[in-house]
Design a binder for this molecule. Structure first.
Ligand SMILES: CC(C)(COP(=O)(O)OP(=O)(O)OC[C@H]1O[C@@H](n2cnc3c(N)ncnc32)[C@H](O)[C@@H]1OP(=O)(O)O)[C@@H](O)C(=O)NCCC(=O)NCCS
Length: 334
C-alpha cells in the first residue's frame, strides 16, 4: 500500500495538482477498551485501508491518553468519489491472528465531513471516532474558487483558500501591514510574520485542528484581503469562561473558535458578510455545532458587533479583560 508522507501532502498544495484532485488527511482518534495483547486496526474499501483485506489493514497506535490513533493521507482524482467505507477490527495474536469485526453497518467517510460515531459491537467496545479536519484548501479550490460577492460597493470577486506554504509571504504582508486601529481590535494571536509562517504550515501538529482561511484577490498580483482563524481545538480558558459565566459547556472539536480580520481598505464593504454563508455551509458539512468568537468582541467595536449580530451570532454576556469590556458571542448551527 503506498504511504504518503506529510511532506508529500504539502507538496500537493500547488495549484496544478490541486486542480486535478484532492489530498485528504483523516485522523482517527478512537477510544476502545482493548485487552492486553489486542490491537485496533481499520480495514475498508479503499487501497489505503486494505480494500477489505485484513492482511493489508492499517494498524492504529496506542497513545498515552488512552486512545488509539492513526493519520491516513490519500489522494483522489477530481472525478473520483471520495466516499470510503470502513470498519474497525480488533486483532489478537494467539498462535494465529484472530480478528473481531465491529458489527452493524459499515462506517462511511464522506469528505469533507467529521465522522463522529459511537458503536457498541460484538466486542462490547465503546468506540468514538473523530477523523481529522480534511484539507480544506483543496476543497476550497474546487468549491470556492472565484466566489463572487455582490456588496454595497458593487460586485467583487475573490478566492477563498486555506493557508498553505505558498501563501506565507502574502499572509505576512497582510498581517504586518494592518493599521494600529485594526490591530487593536484583534486579540486572537499576534499579527506578525512569525505567526504567518506558523499559520501556513499545514503539516504542523499545532494546526491539526486549525483552519486559517484566506480571502484572496484574483488577478496577476493576488493579495490577501481578509483572514479568518477557525480553531477546533480545546482552548481551556475560553471553555472555562463559558462554563463559569454562562453555564455553557463548549466542546472540541464541534464548537469552533472564530476570529476574522479584513484588510483596512476592505472593511465595511460586505466581504465578511458574504463569506459567512460559505463558513456556515462548511460547519454544517463537518457536523460541527457552533462558531464561538475567540476572546469575544470588544464592546466598543460597533461595526464588528453589528456584523456578528447580522450574521446570526447571539450575545452570551460580557467580561473584562485588560481593562476592556468584551462581549461573548456565538452562532449555533444545530
Ligand atoms: C469586523 C470585520 C471582520 C467585519 O468584516 P467586514 O467585511 O468589514 O464586514 P461587512 O462589511 O460584511 O459588515 C460590516 C457591517 O457593519 C456595519 N458598520 C460599519 N460601521 C459601523 C458602525 N460604526 N456601527 C454599526 N455598524 C457599522 C456595516 O454597515 C456593515 O453592516 P451592513 O451590511 O448591515 O451595512 C472587519 O470590519 C474587521 O476586520 N474589523 C477590524 C478587526 C476586527 O474588529 N475583527 C473582529 C475581532 S472580534
Amino acid at each position: 500500500m503506498p504511504k504518503v508522507s506529510p511532506a508529500g501532502l504539502r507538496r500537493s498544495g500547488d495549484s496544478k495538482s490541486s486542480l486535478r484532485g484532492y489530498w485528504v488527511r483523516v485522523r482517527f482518534i478512537i477510544r476502545c477498551n482493548t485487552e492486553y495483547g489486542e490491537s485496533l486496526a481499520i480495514v475498508g474499501s479503499s487501497s489505503e485501508i486494505g480494500k477489505w483485506n485484513v492482511a493489508s489493514r492499517e494498524n492504529l497506535v496506542w497513545c498515552d491518553d488512552g486512545t488509539w490513533q492513526k493519520t491516513i493521507d490519500y489522494y483522489r482524482d477530481a472525478e473520483e468519489n471520495l466516499d470510503v467505507e470502513y470498519k474497525l477490527i480488533i486483532v489478537r495474536y494467539a498462535g494465529t491472528t484472530q480478528v473481531c469485526w465491529e458489527d452493524g453497518l459499515n462506517r462511511r467517510l464522506q469528505h469533507p465531513t467529521v465522522d463522529v460515531g459511537c458503536v457498541s459491537n460484538v466486542c462490547r467496545k465503546e468506540v468514538m471516532v473523530f477523523p481529522d479536519y480534511p484539507e480544506w484548501q483543496d476543497y476550497g479550490l474546487k468549491k470556492f474558487k472565484e466566489v463572487t460577492f455582490s456588496t454595497a460597493g458593487g460586485v467583487l470577486s475573490f478566492n477563498i483558500a486555506c493557508a498553505k506554504a505558498s501563501h506565507t509571504d502574502m499572509l505576512s504582508t497582510f498581517l504586518t501591514g494592518l493599521r494600529p486601529e485594526t490591530r487593536a481590535r484583534y486579540g486572537a494571536h499576534p499579527l506578525t510574520a512569525e505567526y504567518a509562517a506558523e499559520a501556513c504550515d499545514y503539516g504542523s501538529d499545532a494546526n491539526r485542528l486549525k483552519t486559517h482561511l484566506l480571502i484572496i484577490s484574483p488577478g496577476p498580483k493576488p493579495e490577501v484581503v481578509g483572514y479568518i482563524l477557525m480553531d477546533q481545538s480545546e482552548i481551556t480558558h475560553e471553555h472555562e469562561r463559558y462554563r463559569k459565566l454562562y453555564n455553557t459547556h463548549l466542546e472540541s472539536p464541534v464548537d469552533i473558535f472564530f476570529a476574522p480580520v479584513m484588510g483596512d481598505k476592505y472593511q465595511n464593504r460586505g466581504i465578511a458578510s458574504s463569506v459567512i454563508p460559505v463558513v456556515k455551509k462548511h460547519i454544517e458539512d463537518i457536523r460541527a455545532r457552533s462558531i464561538v468568537l475567540l476572546g469575544g468582541v470588544q464592546q466598543t467595536n460597533a461595526s464588528a458587533v453589528h456584523f456578528y449580530q447580522k450574521s446570526g451570532f447571539h450575545k452570551y454576556g460580557e467580561f473584562t479583560w485588560d481593562n476592556l469590556v468584551n462581549v461573548d458571542m456565538r452562532l449555533e448551527v444545530r
